[in-house]
Design a protein. Structure first.
Lengths: 612, 417
């Protein structure tokens, strides 16, 4: 091959290259033309969407006050660290963990979670860090690329009362929540129990919408004016509750180290002044960053601190049921005030039903005062044998037992008050008999009620026969309006004869003056009507009841105390009720009884002289 | 003695300066515009550093014109050896940036040895091939040695974890072979696996169609049944290998990148993010662009590496099709002009060096803009003279200066050798 030929050949090669490069450059030019001119519409829209973000503005959640206007729940700002995984260097995990003094595995998990959500958008890393740690992070921010923060808020609770079962807690909405409610957004916290749950929609307010220009990190660069689309957030409504925080605090104090519930109710309206359930939980530890170990603890605790005994506990009412039995007996004409039933130490009907009240003759007042079982066994026997079981059941339910009280709290129990249909289901058709019914006369057997139901029953006795519907929220207030939550007002129980009520109330006064209440409830200042009760319990000591109203002549409060495994009620539940009444009506209380209650330990009654 | 003023190819210098200017404008927008508030100051300073590099390179470009061109030929092996040592040194003592260990630190400046390796590899390979009496690569031994000259630095670049640059090196092989007289059919055969591979990633059917067409073309160019058979077998093997790699060999994240290329919306915040943001930036530019410092994609930091690998998007978004086409056309004229200089040079060494330099520029241009416009998978390499980067800018200018020098002295050079 000659030099010339060779040169010729290479020149042609280079010419070919020239054509090739030129053509490929034109391909690139064509591609750019395609993107910029042909597909311009699509990309320009996408470009706008990219940098304009619709932002949901969460409104401040409504506050909760007690009846006197004392703040029970408000909001406090918290700092939340955020992470942008694209800029974040995972070798900083341990540095952050050290600065925050938490375990590095928590950081690692959160980083993984954030990465799974998005590489380029910010996710929360650790929420609710205190200001000191926040300041430390800010000082070290220069070596923590990808870390930012945002301001959020969390619920803040008064230190005065616990009221955890009333207030309830918030949790981050889960997938189910935002599938069922389109107003809930990712990361929103919503009420999961108590008033927070029932009044969720009122407390939440309405979220606003704002359009913002953002950069690729999701950092906001000021508002983007799209006024037609913009919507302001409307702050949540405040709840004015019926709770009297002084009384609530006092009641909670009395229940420390005890298991049970105290309810204080206005018998004329159903407004609940106090509802304490023990053991309770520290609701503030569930606010902000969830304390996982605490949450696990209270969920697995065998004493069930999350359980609101005041409304959810189901126990036989025991002798607290006797006054209502009397009212029904009088109404049905099975007894008159003068009817005398003799207690010979028990009631013989197929077997002996024991009665430990002093032997002798009892009329209704005396039977309530000394809690004679015989009188009520006989009465229940008469009701059953005269075919009035279902009538009896209806009348009991009219007083609130075995029926839905429609209180504004979740998971209140309906309880059980049997009728023939129920017993057919329970035992099987025609497989039950008188033997299963006689015990009902003294509030034992197949009957179970909640403390709130006992309080409702007591209210109806105290208020001349009106069925009240207990409630916790008096008013819902916004800046512009005040609304009263829809609730049923007190309703006269048609069949109740006020004269009959006077008779059983006389008996309940006797309980305090001469009966089981004479030790700790009787006092010189306030006339109290009440009734003890003992719910037999196969596991350990009996549960103690005391339900009462005061002042006797024109009742202002009903106090119902329920103590689990407390033994006899007269020396366990009754003194607590007395202190609560005294405190509420006079502002002071007997130190003797208070010290007795605080030092009290469960025991069966050893005096041997009294029943409940 | 030649007159630099009269005989220097001022047209090429002018094009070079035009490209550098476009680069400076784009880097200014990408680092000094409103976006600067989201950027660390190290990156904000990139504009000022680039301005310094352009100045330095201008001086270098002109002062190099006073050198006798035979030096490039005579010292090519020495320079090649020294830069290999530098590459090895970098491999052990270099600094890792964005996953690639290809940087040496000198005070505030980083030196990317592989950029200079490109020059010395071109010079050494060209020197070797053109020093043979018969400069044909038909002699298989010559061809092999020149392959090795190219493959050694390629291996080092791969060891530095810089695959983009490795592609540039490997692409030199067919170009040199083609120039040195490889039959067209064989040349086509050599690049056919790359074409089939590219298409097979989208769909094996595309790969199969390309395989058939290329085999037919090889047959008509060479009229050889054997070569056609080889083409058929190689092509089939490529299609099969791609399918096998996609399903069995590659790690999930590597597959994700490939899927992101063929369908960016598949994982918009993950692997497809860069592609989508780059396309959005360019596409939303329209005819005239959003205006200097007005691009939302650029200024709101939606573009990754917008001062280097994705700088084309900045031009496309802010100056629209008008700006982008000016860039492309200027680059195209620049490349064609260099090839024209190559043709006009009688000395084979100068011819091959200039051709290789133009090819390196072209590969950078095509891969960079192809990545940004989703014509190719995202391969991170800079756009010559436009992307920020001191080593790259100086090295690229140095290569140009050598070409201009050899063109300037083309009569003397031919006589000397």
């Amino acid at each position: 091959m000659s030099e010339l030929n060779n040169n010729q050949r290479t020149r042609i090669s280079i010419r070919v290259m020239q054509v090739l490069f030129g053509l490929l450059c034109l391909v690139v030019l064509g591609r750019v033309f395609f993107l910029q001119v042909i597909e311009y519409e699509q990309y320009s829209l996408q470009g706008e969407r990219n940098s304009i973000r619709q932002e949901i503005i969460s409104p401040p959640r409504g506050l909760i006050f007690d009846k006197k206007g004392e703040l029970l729940v408000d909001n406090v700002p918290i700092f939340t660290l955020t992470i942008n995984p694209a800029n974040y260097d995972t070798s900083n995990n341990s540095l952050i963990a050290n600065l925050l003094e938490i375990d590095v595995s928590i950081i690692r998990d959160q980083v993984t979670k954030a990465r799974n959500y998005s590489w380029y958008r910010s996710s929360p890393l650790i929420s609710d860090i205190d200001f000191e740690h926040f300041a430390v992070i800010q000082q070290n921010l220069w070596r923590l690329p990808g870390i930012g923060h945002q301001l959020e808020s969390k619920r803040n609770y008064t230190q005065k009362v616990n009221a955890s079962h009333i207030l309830g807690y918030l949790r981050e909405a889960d997938r189910e929540d935002f599938n069922s409610n389109k107003n809930i957004h990712l990361g929103d916290k919503i009420g999961k129990s108590g008033l927070e749950l029932i009044y969720q929609e009122d407390l939440r307010g309405e979220s606003g919408v704002e359009f913002k220009r953002v950069n690729a990190y999701g950092q906001t660069l000021g508002s983007f004016d799209l006024s037609s689309e913009r919507r302001n957030a409307i702050e949540g409504a405040n709840l004015i509750s019926t709770i009297d925080s002084d009384l609530q605090a006092f009641a909670e104090d009395l229940l420390v180290n005890k298991t049970g519930a105290i309810i204080v109710m206005n018998p004329n309206t159903g407004a609940i002044l106090t509802m304490a359930s023990s053991p309770n939980y520290e609701v503030d530890r569930l606010a902000g960053r969830l304390d996982q170990s605490y949450w696990a603890d209270i969920n697995s605790d065998t004493t069930r601190p999350l359980f609101n005994r005041a409304i959810s506990s189901r126990q036989p009412p025991g002798s607290t049921f006797k006054p209502l039995m009397g009212i029904i007996g009088l109404e049905e004409g099975l007894v008159t005030p003068e009817t005398i039933i003799k207690n010979t130490g028990g009631y013989q009907r197929g077997r002996l039903y024991r009665d430990i009240a002093p032997k002798g003759d009892y009329d209704l007042v005396k039977a309530i005062t000394y809690s004679s079982n015989t009188y009520f066994y006989k009465l229940m026997d008469d009701i059953a044998t005269s075919g009035r079981l279902n009538k009896w059941s209806e009348r009991v339910k009219d007083f609130g037992l075995g029926s839905d009280l429609e209180i504004d709290l979740p998971s209140a129990t309906t309880g059980i008050v049997p009728d023939s249909a129920f017993l057919d289901r329970w035992f099987g058709k025609s497989r039950w008999g008188l033997g299963d019914l006689i015990n009902l006369g003294i509030g034992q057997g197949i009957i179970s009620v909640s403390p709130l139901q006992v309080a409702t029953m007591t209210s109806a006795i105290a208020n001349d026969g009106y069925r009240v519907y207990p409630y916790l929220v008096e008013r819902i207030e916004t800046n512009y309006s005040t609304t009263i939550p829809s609730k049923k007002s007190a309703k006269k129980i048609e069949w109740v004869n006020p004269k009959h009520l006077e008779i059983v109330k006389e008996g309940m006064k006797g309980v305090v003056q001469e009966g089981s209440g004479r030790f700790y409830v009787k006092n010189d200042v306030i006339d109290i009507g009440g009734k003890t009760g003992t719910a037999q319990n196969p596991h350990g000591y009996s549960h103690g009841w005391f339900t009462s109203f005061a002042p006797f002549e024109s009742p202002e409060i009903v106090v119902t105390v329920f103590l689990e495994n407390a033994g006899f009620a007269s020396i366990s539940a009754a003194p607590i009720a007395r202190l609560v009444i005294e405190y509420q009506l006079t502002g002071s209380y007997s130190n003797y009884v208070y010290n007795y209650v605080k030092n009290w330990e469960p025991r069966e009654d050893d005096s041997g002289q009294t029943t409940d | 003695m030649v007159s630099i003023k009269k005989e220097l190819d001022w047209f090429t210098v002018f094009l070079w300066f035009g490209l550098s200017l476009i680069g400076l404008i784009a880097i200014y927008s990408a680092t000094q515009g409103p976006v600067s508030e989201f950027l660390p100051s190290v990156i904000q300073n990139n504009f000022w550093k680039q301005l310094f590099f352009v100045g330095l390179s201008t001086g270098l470009l002109f002062s190099l014109q006073f050198i006798n061109p035979s030096i490039f030929k005579n010292f090519s092996y020495l320079a090649y050896g020294l830069s290999l040592l530098l590459m090895i040194y970098t491999l052990f003592f270099g600094q890792e940036i964005n996953g690639a260990k290809s940087w040496l630190r000198f005070g505030g400046f980083g030196l990317q040895s592989s950029e200079f390796m490109k020059i010395t590899t071109i010079l050494a390979a060209a020197n070797y091939l053109t020093s043979r009496r018969n400069l044909s690569a038909e002699k298989i031994r010559y061809a092999l040695v020149s392959f090795i000259i190219i493959l050694v630095p390629t291996g080092l670049v791969i060891a530095q974890n810089d695959f983009g640059t490795a592609i540039i090196f490997i692409a030199l092989i067919p170009i040199i072979l083609f120039w040195s007289g490889l039959p067209y059919g064989v040349a086509l055969l050599m690049i056919s696996p790359a074409i089939i591979l590219y298409l097979s990633v989208f769909d094996w059917l595309y790969g199969a169609i390309a395989l058939v067409l290329l085999t037919i073309a090889v047959f008509f160019l060479q009229k050889s049944k054997w070569l056609s058979l080889v083409s058929l077998i190689m092509g089939t093997a490529t299609v099969a290998a791609v399918q096998f790699a996609l399903t069995n060999v590659l790690q999930p994240h590597q597959v994700a990148r490939i899927i992101a290329f063929t369908n960016p919306s598949y994982d918009p915040t993950g692997a497809g993010w860069n592609v989508i943001q780059a396309k959005t930036a360019i596409g939303s530019g329209g005819w005239l662009g959003k205006g200097f410092l007005e691009g939302t994609q650029t200024q709101l930091r939606f573009l990754p590496e917008q001062w280097t690998d994705f700088i084309f998007c900045v031009v496309g978004e802010e100056f629209g099709f008008l700006g982008a086409s000016i860039l492309i056309v200027v680059f195209m004229i620049f490349l064609l002009r260099l090839l024209h200089l190559s043709i006009n040079h009688k000395h084979p060494f100068a011819q091959l060096v200039t051709l290789s330099v133009a090819s390196v520029y072209f590969m950078h241009f095509f891969i960079n803009v192809g990545s940004a416009t989703a014509l190719l998978p995202v391969i991170g390499i800079p756009l010559p003279f436009i992307s920020y980067g001191g080593s790259a800018f100086i090295a690229n200018t140095l290569m140009l200066a050598i070409c201009l020098n050899m063109d300037l002295y083309k009569r003397e050079f031919s006589i000397y050798s």
